[in-house]
Design a protein around this ligand. Structure first.
Ligand SMILES: [Zn+2]
Ligand SMILES: [Zn+2]
Length: 279
């Protein structure tokens, strides 16, 4: 059976082929998630835990939270793999275009498509996220992600399956509109899991003054998203702060909390923080 020919359904070859695409997508997503979350966890929550205690935003995540975050992230990976499989099928059938040669559609599009994808993803997430905070959706869907008031990097994909589906549609929706170089899809994928896991780190790693800097202040930080988990109100943005600023949803004490999480000099203890939950 050729890739574009589905005459093998009866003898099972097509199903096997489909299963192999699903499996490859699942493995790809799972490896990225495991690598990003485990490396951040190992470096910040294990190796540098004492050295970075003064940068703890509020509390260390509990072991119970971490177990739940891992379980739901695994479920989300199953959903992402299904969307990935559907995307591959659409590309193979010629409905959507993902091309191998990065400059096939011009250098200008190669250079522009990456920032455009990040801006699109941020826009899509901010507005769907606000929708997720509507009463019914929060109670039945998005509230699950908010069960972690003090999340860990493992919370990166800790969504209800319906929310995982909504989040995963970002890429297919982009491909409905424009052809994309494969390398841009790859970079967008790496960027999203690294920054997603980093946003749930519970420890602020950016330099002091970053959130008040004219350029740095345009990017979300771990403190930004951690505050969203604490109150489930405000700070809905993903990669950039501008939608929260335009929409008037940035938490009033965001900059003060960022300053508090990035003291000029370590106090030596984390006693000034809220009570700390040890693992
Ligand atoms: Zn979150
Ligand atoms: Zn939320």
């Amino acid at each position: 059976m050729t890739q574009g020919n589905f005459s093998g359904w009866a003898d099972g070859a097509a199903w096997q082929w489909l299963a192999s695409i699903y499996g490859a997508n699942f493995a790809n997503e799972a490896v990225r998630y495991l690598l990003a979350a485990s490396l951040l966890w190992l470096i910040v929550h294990v190796l540098l835990k004492k050295r970075l205690a003064h940068r703890l935003i509020a509390q260390w995540p509990s072991a119970r939270d971490v177990r739940r975050e891992m379980s739901y992230s695994f479920l989300s990976l199953l959903v992402f793999a299904a969307v990935g499989m559907m995307t591959v099928m659409m590309v193979i059938k010629g409905h959507w275009v993902v091309y191998r040669n990065p400059t096939e559609r011009g250098v200008a599009w190669l250079v522009a498509s990456l920032p455009l994808m990040l801006i699109w993803h941020d826009f899509y997430f901010y507005w769907t996220h606000r929708l997720m905070h509507s009463r019914w959706l929060f109670r039945h869907v998005h509230g699950l992600h908010h069960r972690s008031r003090h999340p860990s990097p493992w919370a990166a994909y800790a969504f209800h399956p319906l929310e995982a589906l909504v989040n995963a549609l970002m890429m297919p929706l982009a491909l409905c509109a424009v052809p994309l170089p494969g390398i841009v899809l790859f970079v967008v994928g790496i960027h999203q899991i690294v920054r997603n896991a980093h946003g749930h780190l519970a420890v602020e790693t950016m330099p002091r003054g970053f959130a008040r800097h004219w350029l740095g202040g345009r990017f979300t930080t771990t403190t930004h998203h951690h505050m969203h988990h604490e109150t489930a109100k405000g700070n809905y943005g993903l990669w950039f702060t501008w939608w929260d600023r335009i929409g008037g949803t940035e938490q009033a004490d965001y900059l003060a909390r960022f300053d508090a999480a990035t003291p000029a000099w370590p106090s030596g203890t984390s006693a000034n923080k809220l009570s700390i939950v040890e693992q």
